[in-house]
Ligand binder design. Structure first.
Ligand SMILES: Nc1ncnc2c1ncn2[C@@H]1O[C@H](COP(=O)(O)OP(=O)(O)OP(=O)(O)O)[C@@H](O)[C@H]1O
Ligand SMILES: [Mg+2]
Length: 244
């Protein structure tokens, strides 16, 4: 498979984009595929040995075991836990979309599959007047939408799919993440509602995995759960399809 990329977005921040991206990286690597990762802009980075470091970036890099330079994997590491545009402005950083796209192209050239994790959802501003949505449009990758299982997710998921479609993004499907062992009525009924109304495929429902944590950098049980609950062959097929 030659140099394909997929973008992991979410209905919101904190829905599990990093966990899903890492699970996909592990599942592809298990199939012998060389995987790279990218996070165009990370916010909420804490200083580590004097430099800002991102838990998301470390988790993604750990899952794909790649050796790419951190400033290619994540061109913008910003301190405050805010939308990139706001965090950058408050830090006096100018976000150059061209630099993000160049990093993307370089990483895509290096790997068979490049998994890109967005920040927040589609309408998160990356820089003035430029949203995550615009970045996906520029790099032209298929998109997986990560959604939460709880009450409110039907609306958030349908809104996200609708906006993606309106902008002619290639929606590969939805993954509901962090599904609890004892679901509420909303959580039990939401997957079917999303299947019925979302006009795109539900690729899987990833359960809550006790051994998984981005903050603690642990992956226990992630690959097994991903293989069992997510339609990896379908994602692979989508990656193999000719670029439009
Ligand atoms: N399936 C899961 N099992 C266990 N913990 C999970 C699972 N999915 C997510 N989490 C935990 O929930 C939190 C949010 O997940 P994650 O960091 O992947 O979200 P995100 O969408 O990437 O957030 P952000 O917008 O900050 O990038 C993390 O603490 C993560 O470890
Ligand atoms: Mg994340």
């Amino acid at each position: 498979m030659a140099h394909r990329a997929i973008f992991i977005t979410g209905t919101d921040t904190g829905v599990g984009k990093t966990v899903v991206a890492a699970g996909l990286a592990l599942a592809l690597r298990k199939r012998g595929i060389d995987v790279g990762v990218m996070k165009p802009a990370a916010t909420g980075c804490r200083p580590k040995r004097g430099k800002p470091a991102s838990e998301d970036v470390e988790y993604l890099v750990g899952a794909c075991d790649c050796e790419d330079e951190r400033d290619l994997v994540c061109p913008y590491l910003l301190r405050e836990p805010l939308a990139p545009e706001v965090a950058a402005r408050r830090e006096g950083v100018r976000i150059d979309v061209g630099r993000i796209v160049r990093s993307f192209n370089e990483l895509r050239r290096r790997h068979e599959v490049l998994i890109v994790e967005g920040a927040g959802g589609l309408f998160v501003p990356v820089r003035k007047g430029y949203f995550m949505l615009d970045l996906i449009e520029a790099i032209r990758t298929p998109v997986i939408i990560v959604a939460r299982p709880a009450l409110g997710t039907i609306n958030h998921t349908l809104l996200t799919v609708e906006v993606a479609r309106a902008r002619k993004l290639d929606v590969a499907g939805i993954i509901i993440n962090d599904y609890p062992a004892r679901p509420s009525v909303a959580e039990r009924t939401n997957p079917d509602m999303i299947r019925r109304y979302a006009t795109t495929r539900l690729l899987g429902i990833l359960p809550h995995c006790r051994g998984v944590s981005v903050e603690r950098n642990t992956y226990n049980g992630l690959l097994a759960a991903f293989e069992k609950r997510v339609d990896v062959p379908r994602i692979l097929n989508r990656l193999k399809e000719k670029r439009r």
